[in-house]
Design a protein around this ligand. Structure first.
Ligand code: NAP
Length: 196
């Protein structure tokens, strides 16, 4: 995460649990000083001043499993997008779509408008909390996942059932692709399965 994202986490929640917290800053000394002042437990915190070095260090550490980039914008911009330096390392984008407008002061790329290199591979059903509805979207690195289909996160996809409209569209797609063409009395013809 970037230093500003780290700053935005309440002191009582730092470091985030059950993971190594990797924070990027151009001034590591100052950040460590701040952590000391705030008495942050630094056993599970690593501070880097270079994204590439952070990735190299984490990738070569056998104790590290998956690497998640959790923001903010500059780190997202380096991880995905047409000119992103580390795009080839980024397998998936996991996004929560919240169906409500909030006033924001930091923005990242709109994946729904500009996703040719990271097309959507899964949209969950809609969930709700109070008056807010939301769903989970997965965008996959098209080039990487087509070359290495074993990287498609099937367990994650199964965990969040598909949006009903997507299920419907998949059935229609299947009927069009594998159904049997029959002529009908209107002359238009139909694709059919199940002999119906
Ligand atoms: N909704 C979400 O999913 C989400 C996710 C993450 C964050 N956020 C929000 O976004 C806001 C912060 O995002 P942001 O984009 O403004 O800031 P950010 O990316 O979190 O932090 C930017 C800072 O990170 C350091 N940094 C970034 N790239 C670096 C690099 N290549 N090498 C060395 N240091 C680097 C620099 O720190 P120094 O200035 O110390 O050098 C830079 O000023 C917060 O309000 C946070 O709550 C939202």
């Amino acid at each position: 995460m970037g230093r500003k994202t780290w700053d935005s986490i309440p002191a009582s929640k730092k470091p985030l649990k059950n993971r190594l917290n990797v924070v990027l800053t151009q001034d590591p000394e100052k950040l460590v000083e701040q952590m000391n002042e705030q008495m942050v437990d630094q056993e599970t915190v690593s501070v880097f001043s270079d994204f590439k070095k952070a990735l190299e260090s984490l990738s070569s550490d056998e104790g590290v499993g998956e690497i998640f980039v959790i923001g903010g914008t500059s780190l997202f911009d380096m991880s995905y997008g047409k000119n992103a330096e580390f795009k080839n390392h980024c397998k998936l984008i996991m996004a929560t779509r919240i169906n409500k407008e909030f006033e924001c002061d930091v923005f990242s790329r709109d994946l729904e408008k500009d996703n040719s290199d990271f097309p959507p591979i899964h949209v969950s059903q809609t969930y709700s909390q109070g008056d807010i509805t939301f769903d989970y979207c997965l965008f996959g690195n098209a080039e990487l996942l087509s070359a290495r289909p074993e990287l498609v996160p099937t367990r994650l996809i199964e965990k969040f059932p598909k949006h009903p409209e997507l299920q419907y569209l998949e059935i229609i797609d299947d009927v069009i692709k594998t159904g049997k063409f029959k002529q009908d009395r209107t002359g238009t013809g139909i694709y059919t399965k199940f002999g119906a």
